[in-house]
Design a protein around this ligand. Sequence first.
Ligand SMILES: [Zn+2]
Length: 102
Amino acid sequence: MKSGRCVKCGETPILIIKSVTDLDDGFGQPMVVHRVQHFFSTDEYGQLQLYVCQACEYAEWYAAGAQEIPVAKMDNVELLWADDAPEKEAFEALGRIRKKTD
Ligand SMILES: [Zn+2]
């Protein structure tokens, strides 16, 4: 999708929605992967962006700045490593490896 061509139907162009609004709180905030609320400020990580094919309506999500997401501080994250990744063993010891199912 980031090539500008749809991965499902091959059509172009692709719409890039750079910020998708979450209206659950009634005020509307950009959807992010992780949000840390401080007394006077908020840290936001992984703002979600949506790539949409207008031809077939297929959509993909991307998390902008994914490398900055504080994975070690989050309880709802598992890491899915490729079988041949050298970093895999270090994270197995932490019990944060999800077994690949395919
Ligand atoms: Zn398409």
